[in-house]
Design a protein around this ligand. Structure first.
Ligand code: SF4
Length: 484
């Protein structure tokens, strides 16, 4: 039996890709293991968005060196964004790596590994599928790892070119998947027991129905189509055609593509969450311009307000970079002001780090490290105050929770996500396992990053009601930061 181990670094896109990697390997007769000493293939699925993630990868690969010396037949592979960015250079830098694989080349993985096991020299395969984009289907799990939530990719790549971001280089230009294909995958997942679907894309809300030869269309025409975004129509179609899906999330939207149609969809579709993660990156117009974000703080705030008005209690979280080249104390204070004005209930904060092949490299890296640390700490302190206030405001209210499984803290509790994405620990009646069901709970207590609720009604999923409109404004927690 051939065994593989996949280790994932980075965002939800990478988590999703890792699942597809596992499926491709298992279809070719491989079996998963958690032990590197038992593995015939160890694959690192990598992220290069932050310098830290790249360092973590290099250190993790280093740990395998002794194992490779002991068992030269072990295949070591690096996939994902670092693989795409570095290509053959990685094989030169880390000579005991056998395979470097780009995100678009996942279907070729089993054949490439077999070639290496048969004695082929190290291989770097990092070619974008520009002409005929492939989207690997997510399959519902039927084993013990069966899940009630799943990701579905609707587009890949990015045409935005924010000056700090390496994603357009590592993921290529935007390519879209047809609505028919997306709906059919969502339907298959729902039939396999999935009740919450998250639509995934680097700028997910720029989605539009692709036409044949899309990638050859002039850039101006593509930009026009993206700006017109058909994304709200896609959400409506899934809601209408796959009623078994109880929650439909999406990540990560770009503020530029929060259209009136999308805002209206939030007002009308109960299936949509009462939460949006909307990366802002900075609250200073001067910095936003240098980041090439193509919106102002006032425009962002107007769209945030429109979303909040569309649905009572809708919460927002965001991504923020501190210490971008040239960011002054005044710029940073404008970011804090925007955090207060929007009322974010969570934020993923990052210190700027120069990335190769990005426009911001030309701007230098002039904010001292201790200033970045200080700004990040002040940002987190503010967000924590807002988050605590929101969580505390929930005590005594009711919420609906999709239960994901036993809580990590043990004690007979289960954990799931509310309609706004907070982690809620649930105390079910004795002997009841509510995993995979939508339950209503009374919120009894607020912790630092989660809530405790008492279950007062477990509803088997097929009869579960649609997520009701929330009556209160809640916090949102958990997950990874994203790009967009
Ligand atoms: S930050 Fe997001 S929108 Fe900007 S280039 Fe990167 S992936 Fe694209």
């Amino acid at each position: 039996m051939k065994r593989y181990l996949v280790q994932t670094f980075g965002c939800q896109m990478n988590v999703h890709d890792s699942r597809r990697i596992e499926e491709v390997l298992e279809a070719a007769g491989w079996q998963a293991t958690d032990e590197s000493t038992l593995a015939d293939l160890v694959l690192f699925n990598t992220c290069s968005v932050r310098e830290k993630a790249e360092h973590k990868l290099r250190s993790a690969v280093g740990w395998l060196r002794p194992l490779k010396d002991e068992r030269p037949g072990l295949v070591i592979a690096i996939a994902g964004c670092v693989a795409q960015q570095e290509g053959e250079q990685l094989l030169r830098d880390i000579p005991y790596v056998d395979l470097v694989l780009g995100p678009d080349n996942i279907p070729e993985l089993p054949a490439l590994v077999e070639a290496i096991r048969d004695g082929a020299p190290p291989i770097a395969r990092t070619v974008f599928d520009l002409e005929t984009p492939q989207f690997l289907h997510a399959h519902p799990r039927s084993d013990a790892r069966r899940e009630s939530s799943a990701f579905v990719t609707v587009m890949k790549g990015c045409d935005e070119r924010c000056s700090f971001c390496i994603v357009p280089t590592t993921r290529g230009p935007e390519r879209y998947r047809s609505a028919d294909d997306i709906v059919s995958e969502v339907r298959a997942l729902a039939q396999g027991g999935v009740h919450e679907v998250t639509l995934l894309g680097q700028t997910v809300n720029s989605w539009y129905e692709p036409t044949p030869g899309e990638s050859a269309a002039p850039l101006e025409l593509r930009e026009k189509r993206r700006t017109a975004s058909h994304f709200a129509g896609l959400l409506r179609r899934i809601a209408a055609e796959v009623p078994e899906v109880l929650r439909l999330r999406y990540t990560s939207p770009h503020p530029r593509h929060i259209t009136p149609a999308l805002i209206a969809a939030h007002a009308e579709l109960a299936i949509l969450p009462a939460h949006v993660h909307l990366p802002v990156q900075s609250g200073s117009d001067r910095v936003l311009k240098r980041m090439l974000r193509r919106y102002t703080a006032a425009e962002y705030l107007a769209r945030a307000r429109a979303l909040q008005s569309a649905r009572a209690g809708l919460t927002l979280s965001t991504d923020i970079i501190v210490g971008f080249p040239g960011e002054t104390e005044e710029d940073f204070l404008e970011t804090l002001a925007l955090v207060r004005d929007v009322g974010f209930v969570a934020a993923f904060g990052f210190k700027y780090s120069p990335r190769p092949q990005t426009a911001a490299l030309a701007l230098g890296d002039d904010v001292p490290e201790d200033t970045k640390d200080d700004r990040l700490a002040r940002l987190f302190a503010l967000v924590e105050v807002q988050q605590r206030a929101h969580l505390a405001s929930l005590v005594g209210t009711r919420s609906t929770v999709l239960v994901e499984g036993p809580s990590r803290d043990g004690g007979g509790r289960f954990a799931g996500r509310s309609e706004r994405h907070e982690i809620v620990h649930v105390e079910p009646p004795a002997g009841v396992d509510p995993t995979g069901t939508l339950v209503t709970v009374e919120i009894l207590a607020a912790f630092k990053h989660s809530l405790l609720g008492r279950m007062d009604g477990g509803v088997p999923i097929p009869d579960a009601p649609r997520t009701p409109k929330p009556r209160v404004h809640l916090g949102v927690l958990g997950g990874e930061g994203s790009e967009s």
